[in-house]
Design a protein around this ligand. Structure first.
Ligand SMILES: Nc1ncnc2c1ncn2[C@@H]1O[C@H](COP(=O)(O)OP(=O)(O)OP(=O)(O)O)[C@@H](O)[C@H]1O
Ligand SMILES: [Mg+2]
Length: 295
């Protein structure tokens, strides 16, 4: 990026490992009604794929050290909005983004901003674990190497990332083995470790547990809550229990058909504290969705 946010480049101190039980119990914490110091803000965000208006006028602030869940029926634009937050849509042919995504006060779509630099600050984890066809060690070391990160000891960095991703104990004796030999849940934690390795300050996750069993899902959820201490996390999920369990705030999206074309354009219906969204939503459409009457 043209100016590098100080928070993104500062070497993080390794916090004392906290027990997952303690972190999980910490989910219900006091939060202001709106994010006080948002790390990212989408402003009047509109996204088009060719002529198709996929997302309409989204305004959404993502709070620091918070987990924000984005939920809603299939096709309402959750992944599209998520990809806008680190310019991933640049890689989608025909995609066009209007509006602003302000990250630490700077519009990441402004002229001169390097999208690759953006993605090192705002990392992404995908639905399907996608380790590189490399060793466990090299999966982690790859990002720091290609981005030219100054690293005192790559071994230490690999260990730190795997520890933060709650995977170290399971892989420390087979770091040189292929990542493909890991289970799906381990591969997903490896992908989270890979994302952490370049020291982002935001982690975007698109249905990170969709291909995992309940035990692996629970581990990744615990991990998300633990990582929230140091990172800002945005997660897209179809799993309402997951949104309710891990997130601080929830954004509910839906899609509205255009009167003339019939095309369904996604929009943000409601954004609030997760506790409020799941107990007393302000919009009937949210109520219908979370109670299973729609979508
Ligand atoms: N690469 C693309 N080219 C054209 N249209 C696209 C592309 N990606 C998404 N769309 C369309 O944009 C709209 C929003 O899609 P998006 O994938 O963001 O929805 P979603 O809410 O993530 O859905 P799901 O829950 O099924 O993952 C949909 O109508 C989809 O068909
Ligand atoms: Mg999606």
């Amino acid at each position: 990026m043209a100016t590098t946010p100080a928070t993104a480049t500062t070497t993080r101190e390794q916090p004392a490992p906290s027990s997952l039980a303690r972190v999980r119990a910490d989910v219900d914490r006091e939060l202001s009604p709106v994010p006080v110091s948002p790390v990212i803000e989408a402003r009047d965000l509109n996204v088009f794929y060719g002529d198709f208006h996929a997302v309409h006028d989204v305004n959404l602030a993502y709070g620091r050290n918070e987990i924000t869940a984005m939920i809603g029926p299939s096709g309402c634009g959750k992944s599209t909005v998520l990809r806008c937050l680190n310019r991933m849509n640049d890689l989608v042919a025909g995609a066009r983004v209007e509006g602003q995504v302000v990250y630490h006060g700077q519009d990441i779509y402004a002229k001169g901003v390097d999208p690759i630099a953006v993605r090192t600050h705002i990392g992404m984890v995908f639905q399907k674990p996608n380790p590189f066809p490399k060793s466990i060690y090299d999966n982690i070391a790859y990002g720091p190497r290609v981005t030219g990160m100054k690293v005192d000891s790559m071994d230490d960095l690999v260990e730190e990332a795997l520890t933060r991703a709650a995977l170290w104990d399971e892989v420390k004796d087979k770091l040189k083995q292929s990542a493909y030999g890991l289970s799906g849940g381990q591969q997903q934690r490896l992908c989270i470790a890979r994302t952490i390795a370049t020291r982002p300050d935001v982690i975007l996750m698109d249905e990170p547990c969709a291909s995992l069993d309940p035990i692996a899902t629970s581990r990744v959820e615990d991990l998300m809550v633990e990582l929230r201490e140091d990172y800002t996390i945005v997660v897209v999920t179809h799993n309402m229990q997951q949104a309710a369990r891990v997130s601080d705030r929830t954004a509910f999206f839906t899609a509205r058909p255009d009167e003339t074309t019939g095309n369904r354009t996604g929009l943000l219906v409601e954004y609030d504290l997760t506790s409020k969204i799941f107990s007393n939503p302000g919009d009937q459409r949210t109520e219908d969705y979370i109670s299973g009457r729609f979508g």
